[in-house]
Design a protein around this ligand. Structure first.
Ligand SMILES: Nc1nc2c(ncn2[C@@H]2O[C@H](COP(=O)(O)OP(=O)(O)OP(=O)(O)O)[C@@H](O)[C@H]2O)c(=O)[nH]1
Ligand SMILES: [Mg+2]
Length: 428
């Protein structure tokens, strides 16, 4: 799972990245602070208790495990995650984030940093546009105090630049592509578009949807080699919509008037996206205090508690500042940045979780680690699809699988359900 952070300069993309990944990066109040992309991992809580909760219940019922002791630092969790962690059966899974340079109007003509860097977003499953809803910066990201760009304006220009970027890739060898269509027929158009766009993650369904949209919106478009700017824009826009679902972080909400994001929210929800108000700066402060051991704060968790270390090291003023940050974050609905990433993964991209294991009785891998992997898979993934998601060898050698919760044998086409613990049998 990979999510890109995009937007005009100076909106808080890197602040968002840093708050979510706990990675220190350059952050400053001027445009183009970021040039080379930052790549890191954010930890997102699953919505349901980790499968280790069911395993624990089973072991307790069998009398093989005592009930949770009051001083258990893992609050009952008994899994051994290869990546991430699990406390109180609240399991965190990794989502890769990419923070890129800011995009300005005219980027496709080379303005600002141009748009070449957008290829850093290749193979992102979704994008988060970070928008400055406080109006403190203009469309180029220059600080203006107040009266800067409007949220809707920021979103519309970004969509236009993304479309122009994809159109540019399509157009770059259009004559060659058109000649192939002339000699080989319509199928060659799909092949040409896939050649051009598979590098940024497009597949046949994205490309076919684009071609279909051109024929339905421009019935007089004629043969592809006569398509003009409008047809190619429709093609690019449709492909972009399928390829990069976009959601909005209405950032700097701490400095904005309540509701300044309503119009944009209506617009993005109408097209299947979502918007939540955020303060990346406030979240970064909590994330840093947590990394320093001063507070205890789980990603996506409500509020925080001051640790013993915090009790002895935080001044009264610092402690007040942290609690006022906590209070202001609690004001907005939507669960903050971690909530937004979770909503994108589970609601917008319909990802489900499965736990592959090598032993269906003890739910362990070959080394005895309990539920070591929690894998995100698209809804509707089959048992064989899950095998491929684990490793291509496991997919190629797939024989059958076992649903470890029920003990039932399942076939290649069986749809994996959210939370399933699955043993895959494969030829080695
Ligand atoms: N008030 C407020 N300021 C914020 C917030 N998030 C970021 N900032 C400030 O906005 C400025 C820009 O933040 P960055 O994270 O560097 O922005 P960016 O979008 O990565 O900028 P470029 O890399 O230049 O495109 C910094 O001064 C941040 O401290 C927020 O939620 N509220
Ligand atoms: Mg930046």
């Amino acid at each position: 799972m990979r999510i890109g952070l995009v937007g005009k300069p100076n909106v808080g993309k890197s602040t968002t990245f840093s708050a979510l990944t706990q990675t220190p990066v350059d952050i400053a109040n001027y445009p183009f602070t970021t040039i080379d992309p930052n790549v890191g991992v954010a930890w997102i809580p699953l919505r349901e208790p980790c499968a280790c909760s069911a395993l624990r219940a089973k072991r307790e019922a069998d009398g093989r495990l005592e009930s949770i002791s009051a001083d258990d630092p893992r609050k009952g969790s008994i899994c051994s995650p290869n990546t991430g962690s699990c406390v109180g059966h609240n399991r965190l899974v990794p989502v890769t984030l990419v923070d890129v340079a800011g995009l300005v109007p005219g980027a496709h003509e080379g303005r600002g940093r141009g748009n070449q860097f957008l290829s850093d977003l290749a193979r992102c499953d979704a994008l988060i546009q970070v928008v400055d809803v406080s109006g403190s910066t203009d469309l180029e990201g220059n600080p203006v105090g107040e009266g800067g760009s409007s949220p809707v304006e920021e979103h519309e220009f970004l969509l236009g630049e993304l479309d122009a970027w994809i159109r540019g890739i399509i157009e770059s060898s259009w004559q060659r592509g058109a000649r192939r269509v002339q000699s080989e027929g319509d199928k060659a158009l799909v092949t040409y578009l896939l050649d051009q766009l598979s590098g940024i993650g497009a597949n046949e369904s994205h490309v076919s949807a684009g071609i279909f949209e051109v024929s339905s919106q421009h019935p007089d478009a004629g043969v592809p080699w006569s398509w003009g700017e409008e047809e190619l824009t429709t093609l690019a826009k449709t492909i972009r919509t399928g390829l990069f679902p976009i959601c909005i972080a209405a950032n700097k909400a701490d400095r904005a008037e309540e509701g300044s994001w309503n119009q944009l929210e209506e617009m993005v929800t109408a097209s299947g996206g979502m918007l939540i108000p955020t303060s990346a700066e406030a979240e970064l402060a909590l994330s840093r205090a947590s990394a320093a051991g001063l507070i205890q704060h789980r990603p996506g968790g409500e509020g925080f508690t001051v640790t013993e270390e915090g009790e002895s090291n935080l001044s009264e003023a610092q402690r007040n500042a942290l609690s006022s940050i906590g209070e202001s974050l609690a004001k907005w609905s939507g669960g903050g940045l971690v909530g937004l990433v979770g909503d994108i993964v589970f609601d917008r991209l319909d990802r489900r979780v499965a736990y592959p294991v090598q032993d269906e009785t003890h739910w362990v891998d070959g080394d005895g680690n309990v539920l070591p992997d929690a894998i995100l898979i698209p809804e509707g993934t089959t048992a064989k699809g899950l095998a491929y998601a684990v490793h291509s060898d496991l997919g190629d050698g797939f024989i059958r699988a076992t649903d470890a919760r029920s003990g039932r044998v399942i076939g290649a086409d069986h749809e994996v359900q959210n939370g399933d613990v699955i043993r895959i049998h494969a030829k080695s």
